[in-house]
Design a protein around this ligand. Structure first.
Ligand code: NAD
Ligand code: TYD
Length: 351
């Protein structure tokens, strides 16, 4: 079936994998990637598909409500897969406003544009909102996040994502706008901006810089390879029930310090360094304010109802990821020049 799909944030980490999957797998769909290209948006992520005939890039900012109306009018989107967001917790602590503008207001602008353009004729329409497990707050040493877990966001980032989730559900309830929401755990893989734990530490090990571990290092996250998240989005987009929420996770919990040690071991091997060399770079630093202790997703609903499961083991995923960062020097060089240096020294040197 022919469809025009708006994917927002498609030049970012997860968005670029989703855009690639949809462009390559569905030649009949026209994919419009809307992205304002913040520090995290990078068209180099999509070089391999930029000339495909079913792909269009539009540089636009979702905080501009008028522009969102105009784009809906121009393209008559059948559906939206909304990933555009400010996405890094540490930046949300330093400057919450950008998160409120993009994640809350930007989502409201897209909902308003979809509602106006679709005008109650919802057949074949879908607003797919991509969210995070961080909206559920922090777990103790036991238990898992279910789709029914009450929201309890703890950081400006997670609060802004929670607000956007609530807005999507409210538009569904009030205006019958067809929607689906997925809440995913921590992603890793190629093309992730080196501010998040795994790509930051890979880059620091590669360049022999210290590895800044927050607090006692015993914080826990559930890690999923980004291509498996994109596969889940494809599945929920096509087979998910409207009005439903699906949690997506890797069934793969790691304490930060254990994960960091594994990364060091693998990188010593892959860089031909002496065993134990990279671990010497580990440095414990001041904790992140309000740091969530543990996230853990119960992803059985999507597994049982839609048959989705991660396809890549953590061992394979980490190897592919390290390999990608070691072979894509130019990509890393481009994203770590200029503003990145300022961010790095504010976050890690003057803090
Ligand atoms: P990212 O920061 O790598 O990419 C975000 C993209 O959005 C960038 O390309 C950026 O240019 C674009 N963007 C930002 N503000 C915009 C605006 N005002 N208008 C238009 N485009 C704008 O983020 P990511 O890690 O790829 O995350 C994508 C989505 O997935 C986010 O909604 C995030 O909350 C969610 N998510 C991320 C993770 C994760 O581990 N990274 C996990 C679960 C959910
Ligand atoms: P991050 O990748 O920022 O994801 P999130 O906070 O959204 O889960 O961080 C993952 C974990 O790693 C989190 O517990 C914070 C920790 N961390 C560090 O210890 N040092 C760092 O420099 C960073 C960026 C994260």
């Amino acid at each position: 079936m022919k469809k025009t799909i708006l994917i927002t944030g498609g030049a970012g980490f997860i968005g670029s994998h989703v855009v690639r999957l949809f462009v390559q797998k569905y030649p009949d769909y026209k994919i419009v990637n809307l992205d304002t290209l913040t520090y995290a948006g990078n068209l180099e992520n999509l070089k391999d598909i930029e000339n495909e005939t079913n792909y269009t890039f539009v540089k636009a900012d979702i905080t501009n409500g008028e522009e969102m109306y105009q784009l809906f009018e121009k393209y008559n989107f059948d559906s939206v897969i909304h990933l555009a967001a400010e996405s890094h917790v540490d930046r949300s602590i330093a400057d919450p406003n950008a998160f409120i503008q993009t994640n809350v207001m930007g989502t409201a602008n897209l909902l308003n544009a979809a509602r106006k353009n679709w005008d109650g004729k919802y057949d074949g329409k879908l607003f797919y909102h991509v969210s995070t497990d961080e909206v559920y707050g922090s777990l103790g040493s036991t238990g898992f996040f279910l789709e029914t877990t009450p929201y309890d966001p703890q950081s400006p980032y997670s609060a802004s994502k929670a607000a956007s989730d609530h807005l999507v559900r409210a538009y569904g309830n009030t205006y019958h706008l067809p929607f689906v929401i997925t809440n995913c755990s921590n992603n890793y893989g190629p093309n992730q901006f080196p501010e998040k734990l795994i790509p930051l530490f890979i880059n620091n090990i590669k360049t022999n810089k210290s590895l800044p571990v927050y607090g006692d290092g015993k914080y826990t996250r559930d890690w999923l390879y980004v291509v498996d998240h994109a596969r889940a989005i494809d599945m929920v987009y096509h087979k998910g029930k409207q009005g439903e929420t699906y949690n997506i996770g890797g069934f793969n919990e790691w304490q930060n310090i254990e994960l960091i040690k594994l990364l060091c071991i693998k990188m010593d091997e892959m860089l031909g360094r002496e065993a134990g060399e990279s671990e010497k770079l580990i440095t414990y630093i001041k904790d992140r304010p309000g740091h969530d202790r543990r996230y853990a997703i119960d992803a059985n609903k999507i597994k049982n109802e839609l048959g989705w499961e991660p396809s890549v083991t953590f061992e394979e995923g980490l190897t592919k990821t390290i390999d990608w960062y070691l072979t894509n020097d130019l990509w890393l060089k481009h994203v770590t020049s200029g503003d990145y240096q300022k961010y790095y020294s504010n976050q890690y040197i003057h803090n």
